[in-house]
Design a protein around this ligand. Structure first.
Ligand code: AMP
Length: 195
């Protein structure tokens, strides 16, 4: 396995959600990362969308870096077949390491853990702690309510447009993933699966 040309940190549900389409979406993301010579960085669990994106990346021949706090190794069923599995002291260490290992961030559908991680990298970016691109995968309008609420925050004077401009939201992973990798200043990702 050659050296990855980029790393995408994916935040997503530790559950799969009620609709099979969410799992399909996670699989498309994992496959795209592997097919374009990238590496997945994620929370290291085997359940839900987290497990699905990691399994799809591995099954397509890609590298997966899983980072999980020791207290969650059993609760989130640490994925032992990750290319690298890091068991860290606590959630803060997990999130710091995930952010450090990533070139860009992508949030898929998920619950409060996903939202917390997404908002953390977004707020870190507005403070200038990093300048890595951040994507929100609004497949099937999953995040329409959240984006509407962000517009409400803006019209009510609690946010500036420039803060919304720090994230990119797209419905299609095949549009969003290459845009994030290119915005990270990395070369155009080429599909290496047929090379
Ligand atoms: P969820 O979207 O709630 O299914 O969680 C997705 C992932 O976010 C899980 O691996 C959680 O452990 C993780 N996570 C990150 N930060 C937190 C936090 N502060 N509280 C709960 N879960 C978190």
């Amino acid at each position: 396995m050659s050296r990855p040309s980029f790393s995408v940190c994916v935040y997503c549900g530790s559950r799969a959600g009620h609709d099979e389409q969410y799992t399909r979406l996670a699989e498309v993301v994992g496959q795209w990362i592997a097919q374009h010579g990238g590496q997945l960085v994620y929370g290291g669990g085997s359940g839900g969308l987290m497990g699905a994106v990691a399994a799809a990346t591995l099954a397509t021949g890609g590298r997966v870096v899983g980072i999980i706090p020791k207290a969650l190794v059993e609760k989130e069923w640490a994925k032992n077949d990750c290319t690298e599995l890091h068991v860290v002291e606590n959630m803060h260490d997990r999130k710091r390491m995930m952010a450090e290992r990533a070139d860009c961030f992508l949030a898929l559908p998920g619950g409060i853990g996903t939202l917390e991680e997404f908002f953390e990298v977004w707020t870190w970016r507005q403070l200038g702690y990093h300048d890595k691109p951040i994507g929100l995968l609004n497949a099937g309008g999953f995040y329409d309510g959240l984006l509407g609420f962000m517009r409400h925050c803006t019209t009510q004077g609690f946010m500036g447009e420039w803060q919304s401009d720090l994230i990119r939201s797209e419905a299609d992973p095949l549009v969003l993933l290459p845009a994030l990798v290119q915005a990270a200043g990395l070369s155009d990702p080429v599909d290496t699966s047929e090379i």
